[in-house]
Design a protein around this ligand. Structure first.
Ligand code: ADP
Ligand code: MG
Length: 243
């Protein structure tokens, strides 16, 4: 199996009035190609900080992070920006869509920023919207979409440049249970198509669709549960749906 994303001894300290906060405290993690890893843990334990480090949104105070075997923790600003555009895809709890752009314009933006032609970027964006079952909403503004639809647009956007890994931070945290199920199914289909995913979640249903569950406490990964095998864990059996 190929390791896509790897962390070794990764640490992140924040200075605060009370002193130093060690948000991430020596994390080792290997994410394999095609694997879905769920990260769970109480609020404030360092999940978002870790995800930001893994995707180059932030730099560690210590340790090493590699993507495809190449160090990303010591990249300069330009290389980091390129990494964020093309190497990884982020999905946030609050969607982070551009409100003044339509769904298809949001989805094509990363491809345009990566230098694709407008025509190619648009073609790809339309395909991706189709993939998240929103082809008919391409011209809608985010304000005209439901929460679940917005998050599906955000997932389509994250897929724009075919990133090695999608990093999702509580992607269903703002959604009702029907919308959660839609997003859950979408992640499950990405998983089935071989996309590598790291998902921070409080939702046991999402965690149950993962290959591996990692728990975090006080900046440390404390245990790992491998969930594949048998009938346990797959979404279909969990929610009583057979697609
Ligand atoms: P989680 O996502 O698990 O809720 P976070 O990664 O957001 O946790 O935060 C972990 C710890 O790091 C918390 O104590 C938080 O207050 C602190 N922290 C996170 N980001 C910053 C920052 N930019 N500046 C200072 N402290 C921060
Ligand atoms: Mg968080």
């Amino acid at each position: 199996m190929t390791v896509i994303l790897s962390a070794r001894g990764v640490r992140r300290d924040f200075g605060s009035r009370e002193g130093l906060v060690r948000a991430v405290d020596g994390v080792d993690l290997d994410v394999m190609a095609g694997e879905t890893v769920a990260v769970m843990g109480p609020s404030g334990c360092g999940k978002s900080t870790l995800l930001h480090l893994l995707g180059g949104l932030d730099r560690p105070s210590g340790g090493q992070i590699t993507l495809h075997g190449r160090r990303i923790d010591d990249l300069g600003e330009k290389a980091l920006a390129r990494l964020r555009r093309t190497g990884v895809g982020f999905v946030f709890q609050s969607f982070h869509l551009m409100e003044e752009l339509t769904a298809v314009e949001n989805v094509e933006m990363p491809a345009l920023l990566a230098g694709r032609s407008p025509r190619a970027a648009r073609r790809r964006a339309v395909e991706l919207l189709d993939r998240v079952a929103l082809a008919d909403r391409a011209g809608a503004l985010p304000s005209q979409l439901s929460g679940g639809q917005r998050q599906r647009v955000a997932v389509a956007r994250a897929l724009s440049n075919e990133p090695a890994v999608i990093l999702a931070d509580e992607p269903t945290g703002n959604l009702d249970s029907a919308a959660t199920l839609d997003v859950l199914k979408l992640f499950d289909s990405l998983h089935d198509s071989g996309q590598t995913l790291v998902i921070v979640t409080h939702d046991a249903r999402i965690a149950a669709t993962a290959d591996r569950l990692v728990s975090m406490r006080d900046g440390v990964l404390i245990d790992e549960t491998r969930l594949t095998g048998g009938t346990g864990g797959r979404l279909g059996s969990l929610v009583g749906l057979e697609d």
